[in-house]
Design a binder for this molecule. Structure first.
Ligand code: NAP
Length: 281
């Protein structure tokens, strides 16, 4: 068990962090904290040989990170033995800080990053919801971890949190769902499905690079942005022949139409013809 010394404390910084729930987020957070020189104790639901339980780890720490599934944050917080001076943190985008109400103080530290494998945190933005007492230390910690701090409103309401998290989810896993649809069309064309992702992903990267350089409307390309209604009609026909649902293609096509219109790429007749096709009229 790690012994904590008074000299380990620095102004505004915790003596030790407890990270409760050693899943995908924690496996990126813990090494990042350690690399930044922070003391970290890991608390597990089922502690085996040498591991700490959640309660033991939390009891020795000043900042207690609840990196458990969102739906279990409130119950985990309620089960811990809090003491004065501790700060509870979660890394959830969607969960209001009210879930941490049993703790003396609460903050949110939400990395805007999809963590599915060995990816680290560095380079991502991190949404920080904190009161005045802890915001400066959290902003400093974010920078020490190589993250870009994104101060969120404090307090941030449940509805705003849900919308913010829906945006983040759409930008990460939503893109994966779009690529899954593209892969299905690729296969319907008789091409090798194993080649779909390596061939298509650079298109996604290129579109992102263009969007960051020129904005979303400035970057939009393809038949809808060009007003090529004939090509769009052939796309929709191809889905029908393959027996694939065209719902996603139609919805995304309408969003592309809005971007192309905002960019001034289409005249009224072109936009009307494309909208009619996309709406199946
Ligand atoms: N993964 C991402 O890409 C990502 C990105 C940003 C934010 N987040 C946020 O990070 C938090 C953790 O997500 P995650 O992806 O790391 O989840 P995860 O991989 O499922 O890991 C969560 C950990 O919590 C513990 N746990 C599991 N079920 C539990 C339960 N019923 N009650 C209490 N603890 C339980 C387990 O650790 P032990 O076995 O050690 O107990 C598990 O490894 C969430 O709030 C999520 O929104 C995740």
């Amino acid at each position: 068990m790690e012994r904590l010394t008074p000299e380990a404390a620095r102004p505004g910084r915790p003596v030790a962090h407890a990270v409760i729930g050693y899943g995908r987020l924690a496996r990126a957070l813990v090494p990042a904290l350690q690399a930044a020189g922070e003391r970290v104790l890991i608390g597990r639901r089922s502690a085996r040989g040498g591991e700490l339980t959640a309660a033991d780890a939390a009891a020795q720490a000043d900042w207690v990170w609840l990196t458990v599934p969102d739906d279990h944050i409130a119950a985990t917080a309620a089960a811990l033995p809090w003491r004065v001076g501790q700060l509870a943190l979660h890394c959830s985008g969607a969960t209001p800080l009210a879930a941490l109400a049993p703790a003396p103080a609460a903050a949110g530290f939400h990395p805007l990053k999809l963590l599915a494998g060995d990816a680290g945190l560095a380079g991502a933005h991190v949404g920080i919801e904190a009161g005045d007492a802890h915001r400066p230390a959290l902003l400093a910690l974010a920078r020490a971890l190589g993250l870009v701090p994104l101060p969120l409103p404090s307090p941030m309401g449940a509805g705003a949190r849900a919308a913010y998290h829906a945006a983040a989810n759409l930008a990460a896993s939503g893109v994966l769902a779009v690529l899954a649809e593209a892969q299905a069309l690729w296969t319907a064309a008789g091409l090798d499905s194993a080649e779909a992702l390596p061939a298509l992903a650079p298109l996604t990267r290129g579109a992102l690079d263009a969007a960051l350089a020129r904005g979303l409307a400035g970057a939009v390309s393809g038949p809808i942005a060009r007003g090529d209604a004939g090509v769009l009609a052939r796309h929709l026909e191809a889905l029908a022949v393959a027996g694939l649902d065209a719902g996603l293609l139609r919805e995304l096509g309408l969003r592309q139409l809005a971007l192309a219109t905002a960019a001034g790429r289409l005249d009224v007749a072109q936009a009307t013809a494309l909208r009619a096709l996309l709406q199946g009229r």
